[in-house]
Design a binder for this molecule. Structure first.
Ligand SMILES: [Zn+2]
Length: 72
């Protein structure tokens, strides 16, 4: 039998992208202001074409950026 690699689960719909930790369980980079977070999101887009949004974190009360997987 061949071993199958487990793929990362891809939750359908809105995933928990707006938390304090990444999907890997590591704490996200925190920004003190929304402007800083937006700058980082802009940079991520420029470099990786990563579509990120800035949001306020309920846990540390700072700002994080995360990928929005919403599809309307
Ligand atoms: Zn946080």
């Amino acid at each position: 039998m061949t071993q199958r690699r487990r793929r990362a689960p891809t939750p359908s719909g809105a995933g928990p992208w707006n938390g304090h930790v990444t999907r890997e369980g590591r704490p996200k980079v925190a920004y003190r202001t929304r402007t800083e977070a937006l700058s980082a999101a802009q940079l991520a887009w420029t470099i990786n074409r990563a579509d990120l949004e800035a949001y306020r974190c309920d846990y540390c009360h700072q700002w994080h950026i995360g990928g929005s997987s919403r599809r309307d």
